[in-house]
Design a protein around this ligand. Structure first.
Ligand code: HEC
Length: 105
């Protein structure tokens, strides 16, 4: 009896732990942005970009529909990126990143 209850409690605990449930696409996208973009772009809702001329990622959708941005990311963003390393993202990374950007809209 007690053991059963204990086990159920443990299972509930495991299910409630996000890390064990696996990150969502948006969470992976945020991690990707933090690793690759945050050096220059603000990646959250409020902060100022570390590199002043880099627009905060949250403002990108005001300039581009998020879907168009996906195409640009797939081809590699070169335009206007004198200070920025050229990126070519694979489709999974793009999906994750766009999912994250949508949470900022
Ligand atoms: C080394 C600094 C740096 C990094 C790292 C960086 N960027 Fe940029 N990015 C810039 C700068 C600077 C601009 C603004 C260029 C301009 O407007 O002339 C910019 C502009 C952009 C634009 C807008 C382009 C346009 O034409 O308006 C997008 C989209 C973008 N970055 C996406 C990203 C993404 C996604 C990442 C991460 C994968 C990233 N950037 C990482 C520096 C960086």
């Amino acid at each position: 009896m007690l053991q059963g209850a204990l086990r159920q409690g443990l299972i509930a605990l495991l299910l409630a732990t996000p890390a064990l449930a696996g990150p969502t696409a948006a969470q992976r996208g945020k991690a990707f942005a933090r690793a690759n973009c945050a050096r220059c772009h603000a990646i959250d809702r409020t902060s100022v970009s570390p590199l002043k001329i880099a627009p905060p990622l949250r403002s990108l959708h005001q300039r581009y529909p998020i879907e168009t941005l996906g195409e640009a990311l797939a081809e590699g963003i070169y335009t206007g990126h004198a200070d920025m390393p050229a990126f070519e993202l694979n489709p999974d990374q793009i999906h994750d990143l766009l999912s994250y950007l949508k949470t900022l809209e």
